[in-house]
Ligand binder design. Structure first.
Ligand code: ADP
Length: 249
């Protein structure tokens, strides 16, 4: 199960990276394409250059097509939709229950999330999977994970707290960096980087607090994610659902 989760995580990261590259090259491509178009009909351009311009134009069109299809591939899942965090959380935990039981890790959930939020279900699931996997890894065996969700500031606060090893002070600043891992060949260093970028995609924020055994008898780590209820603007038919919140932007 872990191998397939890591594979899914790598795929998601690859998707995000290629989408951001595609986005970055789309504008310059358009600029060059426009310039070539103008040149093509400029009487000052010598005859023998015209076929080169034709070739350049069709290559630019081809590159633009690749960039656009990469973007749309990534966007396939990208209409925010109504999500209930409670059931989503339960399904993620259920998936990992056997791992938790095997290592005597007790997971407690306290969920108070009656309202739908708008988001990307598979990405919200990925956020939870990664935080839970990290928590379990930091515990190893025999410990507790507490997952809490409650309403906060026109959104939800999601907390994943573990009784694990805690994070060395020297590592804290690099935690969200791409490829930062302390797990050697068992780690990818993609997990938290991805979590952070998915949280940002939702317009949310992520923070953590951590104490190692050297720092405190009650060692462990608390990750806190705040997610806005989200704007249903793109779904005019559902505006009524959001209008009772008042604070949706
Ligand atoms: P990976 O899990 O592949 O190492 P991550 O980006 O998910 O990559 O995590 C980076 C590092 O952050 C981990 O190697 C670990 O040292 C640290 N870390 C993340 N979550 C926790 C946690 N709950 N407790 C202790 N350390 C953690």
């Amino acid at each position: 199960a872990l191998a397939s989760l890591i594979a899914a995580e790598k795929l998601a990261v690859a998707g995000r990276i290629s989408a951001s590259i595609a986005h970055e090259i789309k504008n310059p491509l358009d600029t060059v394409g426009n310039l070539l178009y103008v040149l093509r009909f400029d009487p000052a351009v010598p005859e023998e250059a015209l076929s080169l311009i034709d070739t350049a134009q069709s290559e630019i069109v081809r590159a633009g097509h690749i960039a656009r299809s990469t973007l749309s591939l990534y966007r396939e899942s990208s209409a925010p939709m109504p999500v209930l965090l409670g059931p989503l959380l339960e399904s993620v935990i259920e998936l990992q229950t056997s791992d938790f039981v095997k290592h005597n890790i007790h997971v407690q959930t306290r969920v108070n999330a009656p309202r739908q939020m708008y988001g990307y279900p598979s990405e919200l699931r990925q956020i939870l999977i990664n935080l839970l996997q990290n928590a379990a890894a930091a515990i190893g065996a025999n410990g507790r994970i507490l997952v809490r969700v409650h309403p906060a500031n026109a959104g939800y606060s999601l907390t994943v707290a573990d009784t694990g090893s805690g994070i060395d002070a020297a590592h804290r600043a690099r935690l969200f960096s791409l490829f930062f891992t302390t797990k050697g060949e068992h780690g990818t260093g993609l997990g938290l980087w991805l979590v952070q970028s998915l949280v940002e995609k939702h317009g949310g924020r992520i923070r953590f607090r951590s104490r190692t055994a050297a720092e405190s008898a009650t060692h462990g780590t608390v990750f806190n994610v705040w997610l806005p209820l989200g704007s249903p603007v793109e779904r005019p038919g559902l505006t009524a659902i959001a209008s009772d919140g008042g604070t949706l932007s």
